[in-house]
Structures are given as structure tokens and as C-alpha cells.
Design a protein around this ligand. Structure first.
Ligand code: ADP
Ligand code: MG
Length: 371
């Protein structure tokens, strides 16, 4: 187990800069997930941590030791790839044992380790098989087993579940989480799947264009996204974003929503957002999560952070566990997560409750979080 420091890591291929000044400090036992769209530089960063590629600038420290120019084999880091990269002619047992043999680990210890990880990953009955006799999920387990057997300081996983079908992905995700809870190892894990990131990470680094947009706990990234990119990338359904003007109404701050010729809708802001006064008269981008929108019920008074609005139901999408409802408010489409048995019809004008407790606002130009 180990701590990891990435200090101002840069990487260019030819004249193109792929990674811009990436600095992340990881404590022992942390599960860091790098998440971002395809091509944002996640694998490039992983390869630099593993030593498969050299940074153009910056430093890497593992447990306080500078490893920037240390050969991959001497870094004490194990990597699990999306393509499992098993040796096809070796049995499962041999696949797990082989990297230890290469490192001249004595036979008794090797046998012990193979037995240990096989038990942990429940692949004991597969030890004599060849990779081609295994399912995708079993192969992935073997690849993980091979990484575990080395007992490295740091584990790297690069999209390890991307080749698995949906159900198996969920199962393996839980397995990996259990494994981390049990071993308390330090892990850097890459995915383009934001749900995977949310469920696994102790901290998430959201990347775009080779720049870390935000580094934070799943809770922070979800509830206080640093900018509109993070706001829409993390969470499904994505956060509702709409432009609004900061106005004063009855002496208090409000957001005025209006698209085209439609009637304007005013929403009074809670005291928490008093900082928006410096934006008075200007536009901001307001963001609210689908679960913060509910149906207004007659006779039940709104809480201090709730506001009642009238909106038109445009689309109803039952998912089984709940119902996604797209509604139209002042010309803007918002998605709400409502109960599975919700009694609404398309075209209906209904009163909804917006809970502004977690309302966020972004600057129109910089797209950065302002309140
Ligand atoms: N060896 C290379 N030479 C030139 N460009 C590369 C090389 N490896 C990656 N890239 C480019 O760097 C960018 C980031 O790639 P990558 O790190 O694989 O992204 P991700 O893993 O997030 O999908 C891409 O635009 C890719 O084309
Ligand atoms: Mg990649």
C-alpha cells in the first residue's frame, strides 16, 4: 500500500499537448477514479503512472520516492487492462504465477499466493483451465488475480469492465468494491462510465481535454460540480441546466426564466444564494438535479427551500424503479424523477415543486460554479 503524488504532469505527442499540468495527491488506501469522455487522456496518464510512457514534464512520487524515471518493472505497480492480456498457452494458475516467477519469488510463496487470490476471487475451480476455456468475466477475474498476486504498492485499472456485458459489469463492479474494502489497497481506476466512477471512488478526478476539471469526493462532484461540464457529465439523468437572469423581486433575489416569447417564470432564491447579488441584472446558468423536482401536493405547504411552479408534461418514461418525466417550464425542458406509479398524462399542466436546497449557478462565460 502506498501514497501517490502526481506533480504537474504534462505530456505531448509531437507538438500536441495531451495532458496539461495534472496534479493529484493520493493518500494510502484511496480509490481514485479518473473519469472523462473517450480521448481525454485517461490512458495516457495511467501509462505514465505505470511507467509505460514518460511524461514531458512533472514528477511522480510513490510513497514519497521519485519514480518518474524508474523502469516499469521496478515500480511495484500492477496494471489491469481492458483487454485482459492473459497468456493463451498458460493455465489460469500459471498466468497468475508467471509474473511472480519473473520476479524470482520463491516457489512456495508463489504457490501460496496463487491459492490465496484464487480463493479470494472464487476461481479455484478454474486454475487448470486455459484462458480460451473461460468466459469474459472469468478472464477478467484472472487478470485481476494476476495483479493481486504480486501484492504491489499500487493497482492501476484501465477500463477493466468495458468488455463485459451489462449485468456482469455490475457484478464485477461490486466485486472490485468489496476487494478494495477488504484489502484497503491504493487504486487508480479509469472509466468513461460516470456511474462506475460514483459507485467505486473515494475520490473522482473528472477529466476533459487533458485537464482535470474537478477533483473531489463523489458527493462533492455530484452536488457541487466545478463547472457545467462536470454538472452534465456526472449523473444520470444529467443535471437540468437553464439560463436565467438574476433579478430583484419584492426586495429579494430571484431567477427569471424565459425562452423566446413565452411567459416569464420567477423563482425566488433562498438566502444561501445571496452571493448572486453581484450578478444582478446578468444572466447565469442555473442547475437543478432531477431528484430535486417533485409533484406539488394540495394541502402540503412547501418547505423554506421549495418553490411551486406550473409546468407542462411533455414526455413520460417509466424505468420500473421510478418514472422520468420531461416537463416544460417557461420553454426549458427539465427532467424530473418521480414515483413509478405517478398519475400524469402528456400535455397536462401541473404544479411541481422545485427544491432549491441544492440549486447551483454557473457563470455564463467561464461556465464555472459561482454559487
Ligand atoms: N502514442 C500516441 N501518439 C500520438 N497521440 C496519442 C498517442 N497516444 C494517445 N494519443 C492521443 O492522446 C489523446 C488521449 O488518448 P488516451 O489517453 O488514450 O485517451 P482516453 O484513455 O481518455 O480515451 C487522444 O487524442 C489520442 O489520440
Ligand atoms: Mg483509454
Amino acid at each position: 500500500m502506498a501514497s501517490l503524488d502526481l506533480i504537474s504532469i504534462k505530456k505531448s505527442f509531437d507538438a500536441v499537448q495531451i495532458l496539461h499540468d495534472i496534479s493529484i495527491t493520493l493518500a494510502d488506501g484511496e480509490f481514485l477514479v479518473l473519469v472523462g469522455p473517450s480521448g481525454c487522456g485517461k490512458s495516457t496518464l495511467m501509462n505514465i503512472i505505470a511507467g509505460l510512457d514518460e511524461p514531458t514534464g512533472g514528477l511522480l512520487r510513490l510513497d514519497g520516492q521519485d519514480i518518474t524515471h524508474v523502469a516499469p518493472a521496478d515500480r511495484n505497480i500492477s496494471m489491469v487492462f481492458q483487454s485482459y492480456a492473459l497468456y493463451p498457452n498458460m493455465t489460469v494458475a500459471k498466468n497468475i504465477e508467471f509474473p511472480l516467477q519473473m520476479r524470482k519469488v520463491p516457489k512456495e510463496i508463489r504457490t501460496e499466493r496463487v491459492k490465496g487470490v484464487a480463493k479470494l476471487l472464487q476461481i479455484e475451480h478454474l486454475l487448470d483451465r486455459k484462458p480460451r476455456q473461460l468466459s469474459g468475466g472469468q478472464r477478467q477475474r484472472v487478470a485481476i488475480g494476476r495483479a493481486l498476486a504480486r501484492e504491489p504498492k499500487l493497482y492501476l485499472f484501465d477500463e477493466p469492465l468495458s468488455n463485459l456485458d451489462a449485468q456482469l459489469r455490475l457484478d464485477m463492479r461490486t466485486e472490485i468494491k468489496k476487494l478494495h474494502q477488504r484489502l484497503k489497497s491504493t487504486i487508480v481506476y479509469v472509466t468513461h462510465d460516470q456511474i462506475e466512477a460514483m459507485t467505486l471512488a473515494t475520490r473522482i478526478a473528472v477529466m476533459k481535454g487533458g485537464v482535470v476539471q474537478q477533483l473531489g469526493t463523489p458527493h462533492e462532484v455530484y452536488n457541487r460540480p466545478a463547472n457545467t461540464f462536470v454538472a452534465s457529465f456526472m449523473g444520470s439523468p444529467r443535471m437540468n441546466l437553464a439560463k436565467a437572469r438574476v433579478v430583484e423581486q419584492d426586495g429579494a433575489l430571484a431567477l427569471a426564466f424565459q425562452l423566446g416569447e413565452r411567459p416569464k417564470v420567477h423563482i425566488a432564491l433562498p438566502e444561501r444564494l445571496a452571493g448572486l447579488r453581484s450578478y444582478l441584472g446578468q444572466e447565469v446558468i442555473a442547475g437543478i438535479r432531477a431528484e430535486a423536482i417533485g409533484l406539488a401536493t394540495d394541502g402540503i405547504a412547501p418547505t423554506p427551500t421549495q418553490r411551486t411552479v406550473s409546468a407542462k408534461v411533455e414526455v413520460i418514461e417509466p424505468t420500473g424503479a421510478n418514472t422520468l418525466v420531461v416537463l416544460n417550464l417557461a420553454g426549458f425542458e427539465l427532467t424530473a424523477i418521480l414515483e413509478p406509479e405517478v398519475a400524469l398524462v402528456v400535455g397536462q399542466e401541473t404544479r411541481f415543486l422545485l427544491d432549491l436546497a441544492k440549486l447551483v449557478c454557473f457563470d455564463v462565460d467561464t461556465e464555472a460554479l459561482i454559487a
